[in-house]
Design a protein around this ligand. Structure first.
Ligand SMILES: CC(=O)SCCNC(=O)CCNC(=O)[C@H](O)C(C)(C)COP(=O)(O)OP(=O)(O)OC[C@H]1O[C@@H](n2cnc3c(N)ncnc32)[C@H](O)[C@@H]1OP(=O)(O)O
Ligand SMILES: CC(C)C(=O)C(=O)O
Length: 617
């Protein structure tokens, strides 16, 4: 049996906080929903609401409608305004101008809302429903009635709630959508009430739909309960976007219906296999962060961490996976941490394309050794979950035949602060006291920075550290005698400048240890530059390896400055097109950073020895 999927990401989804889609975004998402997922309906906006939605439906005539293979495009609106006629209602005019095959109108059903919010009589509301459905049917549209607050309405006044639905059916509505607008119903309420409605209209061809909100985190369960009661159309949004806490998440509903309950929710298994990519595509277009723990489509949905779990899935994935992740386009992952067993290490190293022979006692001992080290380092603040490159290096270094491509024997970092006087026209600076400017400058040769740097004397001086200039002592004397340089910002300002340099001693392969130094905009940058100076000639491939992210976390905040700092460094190997992360932890943030940096560079060099095309990091 088919359950029609009605996607309202582009309408109710955009009522979610922080979600705003351009006209082009909507066209891209609608195209994806149709071609990749094959949903039955795409509700794309409220043309009477704003110029963007009106323009979208105009553009859709050429850019979308002719290319839709599975979905019908839907324009959304409301019943006519109270005490008016449909023919003069600008909202309804806009709905028809949208020229979609299907229109959906929201109607008030809850007696209290009709009286308090709409501010009209119960009879006038029935006329509004009847007139509007009639009007849209006369214009040859498929008409769906969104029965707002239906479950609260049915609890409050079941007779009136049913009369609203009857008015719509009498006027020719094709689908009645029962809405749990406030998200206050439980699956039991929903199933019972939907079953009562189904029974009431048993002799009619009208179809029933469901629209649930997630205020009690029950939107998916409630939608399924409605399906159990005979509803054949389910509304929802990609990734559960929507007003307040969102709508029923189609990324869960579609596979539950298809894989667990035996309904047909998408046209083919190939469409189901696009679920994960559609979810991520929509997050990307909507500029929302990916939520890893989303069922079915999240990065963590099939991530296995506990040692017992991993040992079991290595024997048979069904032991801790309720479906095959590839059915929804996702993949299983194994995480390494202090909760690991030998299976985690083995499986992760294999995914990193490292050779493992788990039958050989020597290799088995090495796996145990790495496992113990992981546990001991996690106890000291490391986390290996996201830092596969550090794990790989631990494994490589544990091998008796491993020889490191380089070794950082020693490093020192100096960070200082100097006071510099900046002028905004040709002039000169003094290190400490403006009154000394003339004397200091006079003792320096032309072109030399007063604090030791060099500069072309012909270059105009427009700010920056002071240099002895061709106009030389005369102007210096003039400036220093006529201005209080330190206090007159129109001429000069004092600034504190931080400067950092690193000196390293490094052993590269069989060569003798060398000293290298570099300046950087911070200690880690300076060590990184010095290391690259030493390594680039013997290992030119490092030119393509760049630092991409640097995350620092203080682990024991109560110890203040003596706390352990965990550092995660992410690298991008542009030549291989892969990214990888390393980890370290220490009470000294620079030591932790340098260790993570060394792991990363060494890992990049190690990739030469394995088939990096298969390295999944
Ligand atoms: C449950 C849902 O999610 S329904 C969809 C909600 N989505 C949105 O509201 C987004 C788009 N909305 C909008 O752009 C605007 O609210 C508009 C254009 C629809 C209306 O804007 P305005 O004319 O300024 O009215 P405003 O939003 O302040 O008030 C709503 C009006 O609609 C009336 N109304 C509310 N529901 C209905 C209905 N189902 N049928 C007819 N009229 C209705 C209200 O009574 C009120 O009219 P009143 O002020 O004469 O009493
Ligand atoms: C208009 C309807 C479908 C709605 O968004 C709701 O009731 O929450």
């Amino acid at each position: 049996m088919t359950i029609q999927i009605y996607d309202t990401t582009l309408r109710d989804g955009t009522q979610g906080e922080g979600i705003s889609l351009s006209c082009q975004d909507k066209i891209r998402i609608a195209t994806e929903l149709d071609s990749k997922l094959g949903v039955a309906y795409i509700e794309a906006g409220w043309p009477g609401s704003n110029p963007k939605d009106e323009r979208f439906f105009q553009r859709a005539q050429q850019e979308l409608l002719p290319h839709l293979h599975h979905a019908k495009l839907v324009a959304f609106g409301a019943t006519r305004h109270k005490m008016t006629r449909c023919e003069t209602d600008p909202q309804l005019a806009a709905l028809l101008r949208a020229e979609t095959p299907t229109v959906t109108i929201v109607a008030k059903i809850w007696d209290f809302q009709v009286l308090q919010v709409l501010g009209t009589t119960l009879e006038e509301n029935l006329s509004m429903i009847r007139d509007t459905v009639n009007y849209l049917k006369a214009a040859d549209r498929e008409v769906m009635l969104d029965a707002e607050h239906f479950f609260d309405a049915f609890r409050s006044n079941p007779t009136y709630a049913m009369r609203c639905l009857e008015a719509a059916v009498e006027a020719g509505a094709d689908v009645l959508v029962l809405c749990d607008t406030n998200g206050a119903a439980t699956p039991w309420d929903i199933e019972q009430t939907a079953a009562a409605v189904r029974l009431h209209f048993a002799s009619n061809t009208v179809r029933l739909g469901i629209h649930c909100h997630n205020d009690m985190e029950l939107a998916v369960a409630n939608s399924i309960a409605a399906v159990r009661a005979g509803v054949t159309l389910v509304q929802g949004c990609v990734n559960g976007y929507g007003e307040r806490t969102g709508n029923a998440n189609l990324m869960s509903l579609i596979p539950i219906l298809q894989l667990q309950l035996g309904y047909k929710s998408v046209p083919s298994m190939e469409h189901l296999g696009n679920l994960t990519s559609v979810s991520r595509f929509v997050d990307e277009v909507a500029n929302r962060p990916h939520v890893p723990w989303r069922p079915f489509v999240g990065e963590s949905a099939f991530a296995h961490k506990g040692g017992l779990h991993v040992a079991a899935i290595l024997k048979d994935p069904r032991s801790y996976q309720f479906i095959d992740p590839s059915m929804v386009g996702n993949r299983p992952r194994v995480l390494v941490s202090e909760l690991s067993g030998r299976g985690n290490i083995q499986s992760k190293l294999r995914s990193l394309n490292l050779e493992i022979d788990d039958k050989d006692p020597v290799w088995r001992a090495r796996i145990s050794q790495v496992l113990e080290r992981v546990k001991s380092l996690e106890n000291k603040g490391f986390t290996f979950e996201g830092a596969e490159a550090s794990l790989a290096m631990m494994w490589r270094r544990a091998s008796p035949d491993y020889s490191a491509p380089f070794e950082l024997l020693d490093f020192s970092v100096y960070t200082g602060n100097k006071r510099v006087l900046f002028v905004n026209h040709e002039g000169c600076f003094t290190p400490e006291d403006p009154d000394d400017a003339g004397e200091e400058a006079l003792t320096k040769p032309l072109g030399q920075e007063l604090f030791g740097g060099r500069r072309d004397p012909a270059e105009p001086l427009t700010g920056g550290p002071l240099f002895v200039t061709p106009s030389g002592p005369a102007s210096i004397t003039a400036l220093s005698s006529s201005h209080d340089l330190a206090r007159d910002p129109s001429v000069a300002v004092w600034r504190n400048e931080t400067h950092t340099h690193a000196v390293i001693k490094v052993l590269v392969r069989d060569a003798a240890p060398t000293l290298e130094c570099a300046e950087g905009n911070g200690p880690v940058d300076a060590v990184n530059r010095a290391l690259r100076r030493a390594l680039l000639r013997p290992c030119p491939q490092l030119e393509y390896v760049t630092l991409e992210d640097y995350k620092v976390r203080i682990l024991d905040s109560e110890s203040a400055t003596a706390a352990i700092t965990r550092v995660l460094v992410s690298f991008h190997d542009r030549k291989r097109g892969i990214r990888f992360t390393t980890v370290s932890a220490d009470t000294n943030i620079i030591v932790a950073s340098v260790n993570a940096l060394v792991d990363g560079l060494e890992y990049a060099l190690h990739l030469d020895q394995v088939n990096s095309a298969q390295v999944a990091v």
